[in-house]
Write a protein that binds this ligand. Structure first.
Ligand code: UDP
Length: 328
């Protein structure tokens, strides 16, 4: 039987596909390649198309014996979501709705869903726990929360069991250096910093240094993409074992400031990396750190690559060998 990975050509999806294959799973990938890259899919059976294309999805489900689904297929840029909310609702909510309808039709009742800690909005307390208040401050977070709620009702009505994983800042790259992060446009801090030593930009901009944190810059919880891939597989195995729905946060347990991230990147790359301070970015909370206590306790998940050094080293290893990302 196969695992269907939707959005498996994207950054986190492609790393999870690789990890599944490494563990002997059979993998089928669906991706429309709007933000994903064909070259990021090193193995598995890739189908290029949309989740809401009913005939296309029928082909995927009929040609394969699908056991469970891992769903990464979504748009994921907060600022873009504020400008184009309908695109986010269409792709993230309607897309997953179409997928769930097909799962129901074909009797598939296990899904691991890629959610986000953005569903919490401005945190009430740190570290954030799974039962804290959810109050998204942007359409991206709203769409992910809408899907989590849809999943809850689909469980009740159709017995589709789910694990929703809520995470924030994912970075790093596969240790073999074969795949990595390639977003267009790039908006994430670590790949943007690495563009300076790559010669693609002359400096990195720090969005605000007047936050109430130790050095005035925002604190975020950075997690290695390999540790995240491992968590998705543990979630899948949990569904196989006890067939119950739940939600987990995923984080490093530790936060790092923007300045700390830039400093580690200087050390790793040996490049001075010029930075300038600019205005705060709209909607950025001062500090976001998730408590992963629940998944550590229940699924024995232990982040193995959680130092900022290793996250940046593996990202740098990929970027310096692929300065144009997946484009040749
Ligand atoms: N950030 C920054 N300069 C940049 C990009 C990001 O100072 O060019 C900051 C941003 O304000 C946030 C942190 O880096 O505090 C992480 O931002 P990113 O966009 O990578 O992820 P987010 O936390 O928004 O999911």
């Amino acid at each position: 039987m196969s695992i269907l990975v939707c959005g498996g050509a994207g950054f986190i999806g492609s790393h999870t596909v690789l990890e599944l294959i490494n563990r002997g799973e059979e993998v089928v990938i669906v991706d429309n390649l709007i933000t994903g890259h064909k070259e990021a899919v090193l193995s598995g059976k890739l189908y290029i198309g949309n989740l809401c294309d009913s005939e296309f999805m029928d082909k995927v489900f009929k040609e394969n014996n699908i056991e469970a689904v891992i769903d990464f297929a979504a748009f994921s840029l907060v600022s873009e979501s504020v400008k184009q909310p309908l695109d986010y609702y269409e792709n993230n909510v309607y897309g997953t709705l179409c997928l769930l309808k097909k799962m129901k039709e074909y009797g598939i009742n296990k899904i691991v869903f890629s959610s986000t800690a953005a569903i919490y909005g401005e945190p009430e307390s740190i570290p954030i726990k799974e039962d804290d208040r959810t109050l998204p401050t942007n359409p991206y977070g709203e769409t992910k929360l809408a899907v989590e709620r849809m999943l809850k009702w689909c469980d009740k009505a159709y017995g589709i069991k789910y694990v929703a994983l809520r995470y924030f800042n994912v970075a790093g790259a596969d240790l073999s250096g074969r795949i990595g992060e390639d977003h267009r446009p790039e908006t994430h801090l670590i790949p943007l910093i690495l563009q300076v030593p790559l010669g693609k930009r002359d400096k990195v901009t720090i969005f605000g240094d007047d936050y109430p944190t130790k050095d005035g810059t925002c604190i975020r919880d950075y997690i290695h993409v390999i540790d995240l891939a491992d968590a998705h597989i543990r979630a899948l195995n949990k569904l196989r074992k006890d067939n119950t729905s739940t939600i987990y946060n995923l984080g490093n347990g530790e936060g790092f400031t923007v300045k700390e991230v830039i400093d580690v990147a200087r050390k790793v790359t040996g490049h001075p990396i010029t930075s300038v301070v600019a205005e705060r970015r709209e909607g950025d909370p001062a500090k976001l750190v998730a408590s992963s206590e629940k998944i550590i306790r229940e699924l024995k998940w232990i982040p193995k690559h959680n130092t900022l050094e290793e996250i940046i080293e593996t990202a740098w290893n990929w970027h310096k060998n692929h300065p144009n990302g997946f484009l040749h």
